[in-house]
Design a protein around this ligand. Sequence first.
Ligand SMILES: [Zn+2]
Length: 427
Amino acid sequence: MRHLLAVVLSSLVIPIFAAAQTPHRVAIRAGKLIDGKSDKPLENALIVIEGDKIVSVTAGGSAPAGIEVIDLSKSTVLPGFIDTHTHVLLNGDITAEDYDAQLLKQSIPYRAILAARNAHIALSHGFTTLRDVETEGAMYADVDVKTAIAGGEVPGPRMQVATRAMTPTGMYPLLGYSWELKVPTGVQYVDGAEGARKAVREQVMYGADWIKYYSDRRYHFESDGVLHSMVNFTDEEAKAIVDEAHRLGKKVAAHAIGSDGIAAALRAGVDTIEHGDGLTGALMDEMAKKGVYWVPTLTVGVYVAPGRGGNWQKMADLQHENFPKAIKKGVKIALGTDAGGFDWKQLNQAKEFQYYVQYGMTPMQAIQAGTSIPAELLGWSDKVGTIEAGKWADIVAVSGDPLKDITELERVKFVMKGGAVYKKDAN
Ligand SMILES: [Zn+2]
């Protein structure tokens, strides 16, 4: 960690005295460049960066005279990764006890300190952008973490945040405590169409970039072999959430695991389906037609299944079965891991890439699912997700070839965000 800090500090010093004249310029020599968009890598590429942006990408060529060249000629260089489903304020919740303990025994300031640490872990694993989809009882602390990172106070990825998420009263923990106790809830309880509109306005007022709601709960298989669930909101309520969010220029993510929850979320007009274990062929067709993104979060599914028991293993198997079908039907799949649903210190969220390849994507498709596709989902296609002139200089590198071994992405050696170097291990 001390090494990381030294690199950050040295990279921060340069722009200060260079600012008066022209922005700091630096070049990267990439042995192999996977730009996040092209089907094939570019050999021996030269990336020139000015300030926080990329100004040119060329095959071969020599760096402009007098500028610093970062030598990654033995490495594969890629756009910074994007995880569209994280919880920086959570540190693993395999069991209900894990979850309750965090909400009952940790203060929100303490959780925010851990969140800053988690954001730093994500950045050091090559994730330069996150969509954090609710604080699990930590109110609006995700906005504070995002603001501190954006202001350069602590190192971390760029963030879009969803603040509190929503369910109707009584449909999300903490539950099961005596009615005499006032315990925190993991979400904001919201009832009725007017209540939904007010809650959206309130969350947007306090900094929500996204609105997230829980479309369903109680997942169970029925005799038709389909994963069903109980739907949380009435259609009227869910539509009010989506309509009000869209009216205010915000997009909506729906946690939807069972087929009933997915169908209800699609009826309401959400922009992304989170988890989506119970997808059927018809629901996949509808998502492809409407351009709704699927954020499958395979890492967490596999990770929590043994500890949770019940249907969870069967649900993880269903994800495996559905994944190649969704690719074939043209559903847009954006990488999301549910990091925080597993402990940030125990698992590198880049493991998600491995599942995508195992379950039917080519390595190049998997890389694009974690770079340019989520950039689209975030509405940031002009800023992140590819290595092209005009984009922010969010760049990572690995030693080997991820097109041959996708697990290379779990061993990121170099991380640059906005032109500042945050990690630079010897290759
Ligand atoms: Zn989640």
